[in-house]
Design a protein around this ligand. Sequence first.
Ligand code: HEC
Ligand code: HEC
Length: 309
Amino acid sequence: MVNAGTTGRARWLKRILWALVGLALVIVGTLGTGHMLAERKRQRHIDVAVSDVPARSDAASVARGAYLYASRGCTDCHGADGAGKLFIDEPNGLRVRGANITPAAGSAVATYQGVDWVRTIRHGVKPDGRPALVMPSEDYNRFTDDDLAALVAYLRQLPARAGPAAEVRMPLIVELLYAFGMVPDAAERIDHTLPPSQPVAEAVTPEHGAYVATMCIGCHGPQFSGGRIPGSPPDWPAAANLTPGEGSAMLRYATAEQFRAMLASGQRPDGAAISGVMPFTSLRAMNQIDADALYLYLRQLPPVASGSR
Ligand code: HEC
Ligand code: HEC
């Protein structure tokens, strides 16, 4: 009797062990496949029809381009001089450095032709057809032809600077999310068939505000209702709800002055610091027309509950 019981238990133990080995193999297999799929996705070739923007080098265009570069987020990832910047270096292995986009020999843009700028900035696709990673081109897809031409005019006349190559290192979990489509890259999010935005007058109107607000979509979502930023490190706070819906952050900003002061200082009206995930280096550079138009636009959005992307 005792013997039979022991063999029974041993048989069960064996089965459980085999089940565990099987499970481990499935996990290792999934991780391996995920890594392979992520790599394949990073190397995929994306075909987009790109229409060129006018080549400009006049002073007004360069000045407008400098303003856009400083205020639309580029500085936060590429540095004020364009030489690139390490902007995420997390203990979990997520490490991202923006490319050197000055005309130095060997930089990412050293051999760029006019249309290459448009493909990268507007479509999130590099000259070799591969996706640009992390760079929020969905925020820049809506640039008018004039603004994109101005930005390119500015970038082309930047003094050459040495800078290390771009780096996009993802921890395995983010690779898996990327591989299985939970964290799409910009090229996947963009509707590449949309024609460029038509220019609207630069004035404190909701229409102009809507144009400026396109740079907030990557983090705050297409409906501006905030929520966790897909693929972001675990210690990043969720982006705030910018609509008047449930959990809205805009209730803190009763006036355009308060909102402008927040963009400039990185602080709420009560003096509390807002997370540095918000690109304040850029937002601080925003002029009053853009900031006030943005405020007007956000105030009249339909209410959406926090995090419904
Ligand atoms: C959130 C960070 C971030 C922001 C904001 C950002 N970039 Fe980038 N950018 C990157 C990263 C990272 C790369 C490298 C991408 C890669 O190689 O996959 C890159 C690459 C580039 C490249 C080179 C692509 C190539 O051919 O290798 C250009 C050009 C560029 N960015 C321009 C801009 C401009 C102009 C802006 C502002 C309108 C901007 N970026 C805003 C992160 C950013
Ligand atoms: C790189 C991502 C990113 C971008 C781009 C971004 N934000 Fe945010 N934003 C965040 C995060 C994350 C928070 C939450 C910060 C916190 O809880 O401390 C936030 C919070 C806010 C808040 C709430 C501040 C408060 O009182 O707590 C406002 C308002 C806001 N963002 C407006 C904007 C606007 C307008 C834009 C575009 C011009 C923008 N953000 C662009 C990530 C971003």
